[in-house]
Design a protein around this ligand. Structure first.
Ligand SMILES: [Zn+2]
Length: 342
């Protein structure tokens, strides 16, 4: 018995730890693996069907509305912000927010761009990124409660030298000041490796944040996805977050490389997208967001919570009206009878 005592004590201690913290049973990797690449792919295909999305044309605005609708389904707070493109034209940034439970004034941003090169449907540039974002939103909303605020943003006018992200940075200095990471998805969905950008050159150099790159690399390895780090030409929407008058935000542009199709080409069509590649990037970035925001497990999906809140609000509004009717009806009946008696 005396020999058994230490073993029993240890077992009890472990039991207390598991029950007490509830953390040992929570494995974020399992939850992140619920990422459904077919949902991401289908959304990207729908975006491609709109044709080239450029310069605030009809297709770009429709794609923005599609993203807004899809993000709303998962209980995020979603809104659009107008972006002036000059020459009487405009486009929109679409912003989906999961508010942080503990530190709502700290931010982690996952970006993509809604527009495409003017001459092609831009399957990898950047419809696939939008597909990854909406599926990531679903997985996060279903399984996680980030302690810091997550913003999932589709920027307009990226091909016009990052117009949407530039407008966002100007409009939200408070977010820029308190943003701990910008992970920008650009040229994804058809390339063997998750590619993390260390440096881009044009129009001015942008350095990927070494700590953020390391974290993304770790996440990919943990999930068993191939990952490489390298340099590229353009920084996409990381640029205004890196070069601005407020603060240099830690950034990393994430791609799939080597490209199975050239981003700026007419053959960059939806049939080139590979759900496996979308899954690699989607899961890697989702896990990184979970870690960056110290996310906790969710008791129920965000969209259910939202529906319950709405129902409670409706009840709150409905109850006084109902009571007013219930009280007024007999009074009106009495008044009516008196009127007739006279
Ligand atoms: Zn792009």
């Amino acid at each position: 018995m005396r020999r058994l005592l230490p073993a029993v004590t240890t077992a009890l201690a472990v039991l207390v730890a598991v029950v007490g913290t509830g953390t040992i049973a929570f494995n974020p990797v399992d939850k992140v693996r619920e990422f459904d690449p077919n949902h991401a792919l289908n959304f990207a295909r729908q975006v491609c069907k709109l044709g080239p999305r450029y310069g605030g044309n009809d297709a770009e605005l429709k794609a923005a509305n599609m993203m807004e609708r899809e993000l709303k389904k998962y209980g995020l707070n979603v809104w659009k912000e107008k972006v002036d493109l000059g020459g009487g034209k405009c486009t929109y940034n679409v912003i989906g927010e999961i508010k942080g439970t503990r530190e709502p004034n700290k931010y982690v941003i996952v970006g993509s761009h809604i527009d495409s090169p003017g001459f092609c449907e831009g399957a990898t540039d950047d419809a696939a990124a939008m597909g990854i974002q909406v599926e990531m939103a679903r997985v996060l909303a279903k399984n996680f409660r980030p302690r810091k605020t997550v913003l999932i943003i589709g920027f307009g006018g990226e091909e016009l030298w990052f117009k949407g992200s530039e407008a966002f940075v100007k409009k939200h200095p408070d977010i820029v000041k308190n943003c701990e990471a910008v992970i920008d998805l650009n040229c994804v969905g058809a390339g063997e490796n998750v590619f993390l950008t260390r440096r881009s050159a044009q129009p001015k150099p942008v350095e990927g944040d070494p700590k953020l790159i390391r974290l993304l690399e770790q996440c990919a390895r943990e999930l068993g996805h191939p990952v490489t780090v390298g340099d590229t030409t353009y920084p996409s929407d990381t640029y205004p977050f890196y070069h601005n008058h407020i603060r240099r935000v830690p950034v990393c542009q994430v791609m799939n490389q080597p490209f199975k199709v050239a981003p700026w080409s007419r053959s960059n069509t939806a049939d080139k997208l590979d759900p496996k590649d979308m899954e690699k990037t989607g899961e890697t970035v989702t896990l990184a967001v979970v870690k960056l925001t110290n996310a906790e497990p969710a008791a129920k999906p965000l969209w259910e919570e939202q529906r319950e809140r709405q129902r409670a609000q409706q009840r709150g509004w409905f109850t006084p009206v109902w009571w007013a009717i219930a009280l007024a009806a007999p009074l009106l009946a009495i008044a009516g009878r008196r009127g007739r008696a006279r």
